[in-house]
Ligand binder design. Structure first.
Ligand SMILES: [Zn+2]
Length: 225
């Protein structure tokens, strides 16, 4: 762990219960420079930056708010910086570039430590930036190994074999955590869901496989709102 304090943070008023994963879209040096720049017009930061070789940089203490999520929504709450920890994973675009195994191994260790310190981060609250900001954000991307993380107890992965969910897909997506269709359409939100849970076809079209994956996840979280 390398300490690299960023000036971009604020007081934490609420307890942490969400973990947000991002890709940087920039190389390590450039990412660190931007996330530690206190003079840009739009100041940004994250609690941690994870290099491709697995090195972890700590920029903002967990008891301070970092500025990584932007306009965002999950499980009825907006502006998730207030209640989240953010990790920026170095990757130029997770739709096109694989995450090295050594980086993912380090990520699993880091996430385990964070969740250990904040047990309110339940599995369904480990999210990608694309989950909490549909259409606006694509990270951590189609190649991010969510299933590997879930196998290590970090986040959820749908068990196969569920029957497709009937009814209004938007209502069901919201029950899991996704935002209402207001600034974005239901198709955008479906695409976000697929980006995370069915990356082979993230086209925003509601099909039986999408409905089955959502049914499995709702079953795994016990249907609670
Ligand atoms: Zn992001």
């Amino acid at each position: 762990m390398i300490e690299l304090p960023s000036p971009n943070h604020a007081a934490r008023q609420s307890a942490v219960d969400v973990l947000v994963l991002h890709y940087t879209e920039l190389p390590l040096d450039e990412s660190l420079k931007i996330l530690c720049d206190g003079k840009r017009p739009n100041r940004v930061s994250a609690h941690y930056v994870l290099a491709e070789d697995g090195t972890v940089y700590r920029l903002v203490p967990e008891d301070r708010v970092a500025w990584h999520a932007g306009p965002s929504y999950w499980r009825g709450r907006e502006a998730l910086n207030a209640t989240s920890i953010g990790i920026e994973i170095v990757n130029l675009h997770g739709d096109r570039h694989d995450y090295p195994d050594v980086q993912i191994a380090a990520l699993i260790g880091l996430c385990r430590d964070i969740i250990g310190r904040h047990p309110a981060i339940e599995p369904r609250n480990v999210v990608g930036h694309s989950d909490i900001a549909p259409k606006r954000k694509d990270d951590p991307g189609l190649r991010f190994p969510w299933a590997t993380l879930a196998a290590s107890g970090i986040g959820l992965w749908p068990r196969p074999g569920a029957a497709p969910l009937g009814g209004d897909i938007q209502v069901a997506l919201q029950r899991f955590g996704y935002p209402p269709a207001a600034d974005v359409t239901t198709a955008d939100i479906v695409a976000s869901f697929q980006r995370r849970f069915r990356p082979a076809k993230a086209d925003g079209m509601v099909d039986d496989e999408t409905r089955a994956l959502l049914a499995a996840l709702l079953d795994q979280v016990g249907h609670e709102a």
